[in-house]
Design a protein around this ligand. Structure first.
Ligand code: ADP
Length: 338
């Protein structure tokens, strides 16, 4: 991070120097042209017309008048030169400040993106390290046993497979987060029931294992969305609902319609989410204190971040309404039929 900051700082300085170099080149060129043109005008010998005044003027006065004009011309050039030098100095001082500010403004979004990327890489590496360390330890322990029985070996392999599956889920999530399904060209009118039933298929085994009932009361309506994306978001909601809700509870899937939107709700009877954490749960790798401390609920805090990334890309929105101790309602807002 420090190195990036240093790099950005020197880049800002370099960009500011480029700006000021351009400004100064233009100002100096302008000053030179202005000075040369004015000097030529001032150096031009005075032409006296043979008018009445000229004819009456004695030669001595004529010369004195000419030398006065020459002195005035030299004085004018000197004054012009100092005015131009002063102007260039002012432009240099004010321009340097402005160039620095402009360079900072231009580089700020890049700096933010780089910081974000570094944070993402360090969070991802941290998450990857945990299952890898577990894999390493179990294998080392198994290898150190003087007499590894077939049962021990099978147990180690089973354990390894669990950790490998976790790693795979994590790498899939990371990939999904980096490039969420970009199918806005595939948006179409689709029955809401299709989205819900497709999303439910993958969570049914987990729901059955916890004796959780899933109640679907969505009406027979059509939405305008990309089917894959909408299904994936609903699947993330349902997956979390099953994961965090207690055994033998009920999950309700319902929908409301407004003139422009269809709101799909997934309501659970889980622990709920404190208001202070309701924005943070959509950030990458964020897990509430409650789920971080409970070892039973697996996850990397990526599901809702993926859901949000998909929605941002597909013109949908998500939000949560939750009361700790009572449960949560996650809502997906989709466009109505076109
Ligand atoms: P995870 O893989 O940890 O579930 P998510 O991004 O899907 O990642 O969720 C982020 C966090 O939000 C979870 O760790 C959990 O603390 C909280 N959360 C999400 N859904 C629910 C829910 N239905 N009930 C309670 N807490 C939830």
């Amino acid at each position: 991070m420090k190195r990036i900051r240093h790099f950005m700082r020197s880049s800002t300085a370099r960009l500011a120097l480029t700006y000021i170099a351009i400004i100064m080149t233009m100002t100096i060129l302008f000053s030179i042209v202005l000075f040369m043109t004015s000097a030529r005008q001032l150096d031009r010998p005075p032409k006296f017309e043979h008018n009445a005044l000229d004819a009456r003027m004695p030669p001595a006065t004529h010369e004195a008048f000419e030398s006065l004009l020459n002195r005035r011309a030299e004085q004018g050039k000197a004054e012009l030169l100092s005015a131009l030098i002063a102007l260039n100095l002012i432009v240099l001082i004010v321009g340097s400040g402005l160039s620095y500010l402009l360079a900072r403004r231009a580089l700020e979004p890049i700096e933010r993106a780089m910081d974000d990327q570094t944070r993402f890489i360090s969070d991802a590496s941290h998450e990857l390290r945990t299952p890898l360390s577990v894999l390493q330890t179990t294998n080392e322990v198994a290898l150190r046993k003087p007499h590894l029985t077939l049962t021990d070996a099978k147990q180690t392999i089973e354990h390894n497979i669990v950790e490998v599956l976790k790693l795979r889920a994590l790498s899939d999530s990371l990939l999904e987060l980096l490039s969420p399904h970009a199918g806005n060209a595939t948006q179409a009118n689709i029955p809401l029931h299709n989205i819900v039933s497709e999303a439910m298929t993958t969570i049914i085994p987990a729901a059955q294992a916890k004796h959780i009932t899933v109640e679907d009361t969505t009406p027979n309506i059509t939405v305008f969305a990309d089917a894959t994306s909408a299904t994936q978001v609903v699947r993330i909601f349902l997956d979390n609902a099953v994961k965090y809700a207690p055994e033998r509870s009920t999950i309700h899937i319902s929908a409301d319609t407004t003139k422009q939107y269809i709101l799909l709700h997934v309501q659970d009877e889980g622990p709920g989410i404190a208001e202070s954490e309701q924005d943070a749960i959509f950030r990458r790798f964020y897990r509430t204190d409650q789920s971080r401390t409970k070892q039973t609920e697996t996850g990397y805090g990526l599901g809702l971040a993926i859901a949000k990334a998909i929605c941002d890309k597909q013109g949908m929105t998500i939000n949560v309404d939750s009361t700790p101790g009572e449960g949560s309602i996650f809502t997906l807002r989709m466009n109505t039929q076109r």
